[in-house]
Design a protein around this ligand. Structure first.
Ligand code: ADP
Ligand code: ZN
Length: 286
């Protein structure tokens, strides 16, 4: 059996599957203290003969294998999870090969293997939810460097009439500070779900999201960009973002056809957990 954990700031999703990634059982556990949450994680996986595991975690996390804190969740704003050796605690319980990456990298991989980027060798996955986070697949592999990408925190040019200061505790008006769900809600003073389809704010969102996508496209040249997260449930954003991205590119780079280039997630809330299972499968083959 393959094991997978999508470790999120509000919930941990755990799943086991067969070698074809058919999910046998899946549970969702609220993210409490590490001790409480891991006790439930162990209770779940103890019941299965797991031969490898894929873990996609909220971050920032340490993915540098040469580092003394490899496998740790590092400077998260969730105090109880700061400097927690998540991978180490899992390895101490289960002596099997384990893949370790961010939740968004896992989601990008899931979309590549079974979702909207199936058949491609590159893609970018961006979630716009409680935060903004992105993962990239290049030549079939997750892009890692000195650490993992933090695509939500790039700078964008401000809209002239926009006086919203942004809510990122580190950078103020980075992309996350401008367009994540809580920023959108602070901007308009209502829940994201309640904002009408024709509200001006969707143009503002699209203006900034398109700039971010332009930057990612120029640097990484992904074959497809998959957009997920709660805010992207607002389907009217897609045409607005595509139009703005096309305008910004000004025909300099021949992008793939827009409708096929900027697409919604195909796996929905499952891209992360499926990506983790696929990574577990790979570990097993190595
Ligand atoms: P998370 O990022 O924590 O995994 P979500 O992707 O569901 O979770 O993102 C939650 C955020 O998305 C909330 O801040 C909320 O403002 C926003 N959100 C959720 N649903 C919608 C919606 N239908 N329209 C606009 N915003 C939404
Ligand atoms: Zn930031």
């Amino acid at each position: 059996m393959l094991g997978a954990i999508e470790a999120g700031g509000t919930k941990f999703v755990c799943a086991v599957s067969d070698d074809q990634l058919n999910i046998v059982e899946r549970i969702s556990i609220p993210t409490e203290t590490p001790t409480e949450t891991l006790a439930q994680v162990f209770a779940f996986f103890d019941r299965y003969p797991i031969k490898s595991m894929g873990v996609g975690s909220f971050g920032p996390i340490d993915i540098n294998e040469a580092s003394a804190t490899y496998g740790y969740i590092t400077s998260t704003p969730k105090i109880k999870w700061q400097d927690v050796d998540l991978l180490g605690q899992l390895k101490a319980r289960y002596d099997v090969p384990m893949a370790w990456t961010t939740d968004v990298n896992a989601a990008a991989y899931g979309e590549l293997i079974l979702g909207a980027a199936n058949g491609k060798s590159s893609c970018l996955y961006l979630t716009i939810g409680t935060g903004v986070g992105g993962g990239a697949i290049v030549n079939g592999e997750i892009l890692h460097g000195f650490g993992h990408p933090e695509m939500g925190h790039i700078k964008v040019k401000r809209m002239e009439s926009d006086e919203f200061e942004g809510i990122c505790p580190f950078h103020g008006d980075c992309v996350e500070g401008l367009v994540a769900g809580p920023a959108l809600e602070a901007r308009v003073g209502m829940k994201g779900q309640q904002v009408p389809e024709n509200h001006y704010v969707w143009r503002t969102q699209a203006y900034y999201i398109a700039q971010a996508l332009m930057n990612y496209s120029l640097v990484l040249s992904p074959e497809v960009i998959v957009l997920g997260g709660g805010v992207m449930h607002q389907q009217q954003l897609f045409p607005l973002i595509r139009k703005e991205l096309k305008r910004l590119m000004a025909d300099y780079v021949a992008l793939p056809e827009m409708e096929a280039f900027v697409v919604p997630t195909m796996l929905g809330n499952n891209s992360g957990i499926i990506g983790c299972l696929a990574l577990a499968k790979e570990k097993n083959n190595k």
